[in-house]
Write a protein that binds this ligand. Structure first.
Ligand SMILES: Cc1cc2nc3c(=O)[nH]c(=O)nc-3n(C[C@H](O)[C@H](O)[C@H](O)COP(=O)(O)O)c2cc1C
Length: 343
């Protein structure tokens, strides 16, 4: 390593220090929870490589989560987190499972935490990380006692908000980065971007898409192949066609099911117009369209009829490789970028 590269690596370590201290890791890089993908194998591989793996609880029952945490602990002695969805009907029991296992970090996704959940999670001794979709909500969450925030732009895979990562980072980091550690997510495919967000005040970053094709990821070979073939423009956000039928936008690779979703919305809207279906039933039909679709793609490998959730960074996923190598590449690119800034 020459002097300039060493300077870049030192700067990177310094910029990541706060986030790494918060996570208890070597690097302030979180692998965002991905339902069906982020299970024991990928989570342990990320954490063993010095990053921070997060188990996706998704629709797991408390029993299943209990087993998944135990199995992950058997594969790594390093810190990892658990992602819980606020709408889960058994949220309270899931919090208990995390507390029993003394999970160090709970990441709450899916909207504002319900009353009491913040205190219960923090009362268990865990650090609480929440998603903040806008500055006002970030301030509210900080006042409520959350320990860290993720700000995630619409470039990300999965459920998304309407604003890009670069705008969220500019709007929010100057105001909140000194109050709690903030992790930037959405569209990060290379280390240069990590360096940029760290320099803007982020404590660290969170990536999802980039880790799907890790060797240790149990995603079906078809799912990984779809990622390797896709470019940024294939990762499209679902579009709501009718103001009466709400659609929570999800970014996924364009396939037969995304085309059919458009047709389904038209059909249900027509049924509404004709009075053949009541509003509540119509809305349920739209909501249920994607039920089980991610599992169908990730586990069964049906990448045409399932939901291949992917972010716009999918074009930068070019091969299947160990999680440790993905992390090493990102870190090298970040250090190199910082070393160029140092001269
Ligand atoms: C296949 C897939 C499934 C995901 N599932 C979840 C989830 O269950 N819970 C969650 O909070 N975020 C979920 N996400 C979002 C990731 O945790 C992460 O924040 C996001 O992927 C970061 O953006 P990127 O994809 O541009 O790297 C998912 C993302 C993908 C690609």
């Amino acid at each position: 390593m020459n002097d300039v590269t060493a300077t870049g690596a030192t700067r990177l370590t310094r910029l990541m220090q706060r986030g790494a201290d918060f996570l208890g890791t070597e690097y302030a890089i979180m692998a965002g929870a991905m339902s069906w993908v982020s299970e024991r194998n990928l989570v342990a591989a990320i954490s063993n490589a010095g990053g921070f793996g997060v188990i996706a609880c998704g629709a797991m029952t408390p029993d299943l989560l209990d087993r998944e945490i135990a199995a992950t602990k058997a594969l790594t002695a390093k810190p990892f987190g658990v992602n819980l969805i606020t709408m889960h009907p058994a949220l309270s029991e899931l919090i208990d499972v995390c507390a029993n296992h003394r999970v160090g970090h709970v990441v709450l996704a899916g909207g504002l935490p319900p009353t009491g959940s913040i205190d219960r999670i923090k009362g268990s001794g865990a650090r609480l990380v929440c998603f903040a979709p806008a500055l006002a909500l970030a301030k509210k969450l900080i006042r409520s006692g959350v320990d860290a925030l993720v700000i995630e732009g619409m470039e990300a895979g999965g459920h998304i908000g309407p604003v890009s990562t670069s705008v969220l980072a500019q709007e929010m980091l100057p105001t909140i980065a000194d109050q709690v550690p903030v992790f930037v997510a959405g569209g990060i495919g290379r280390g240069e971007a990590i360096a940029g967000y760290l320099e803007m005040g982020a404590a660290g970053v969170q990536l999802g898409t980039r880790f799907v094709c890790a060797t240790e990821s149990i995603a079906h070979a078809n799912f990984k192949k779809a990622f390797l073939r896709a470019s940024a423009r294939d990762a499209i956000a679902s579009v709501q066609l009718d103001p009466r039928l709400p659609v929570i936008p999800v970014r996924a690779l364009r396939n037969a099911s995304t085309e059919l979703f458009t047709a389904k919305q038209r059909e249900v809207a027509a049924h509404l117009d004709e009075g053949r279906v009541a509003m509540a039933e119509a809305q349920l039909q739209i909501e249920h369209y994607w039920a089980g679709a991610l599992r169908r793609a990730v586990i069964d490998g049906d990448v045409e009829n399932g939901s291949v959730m992917a972010g716009q960074s999918v074009g930068m996923v070019t091969r299947e490789e160990p999680a440790a190598d993905i992390l090493a590449d990102l870190l090298d690119q970040a250090a190199e970028a910082l070393s160029r800034r140092a001269v």
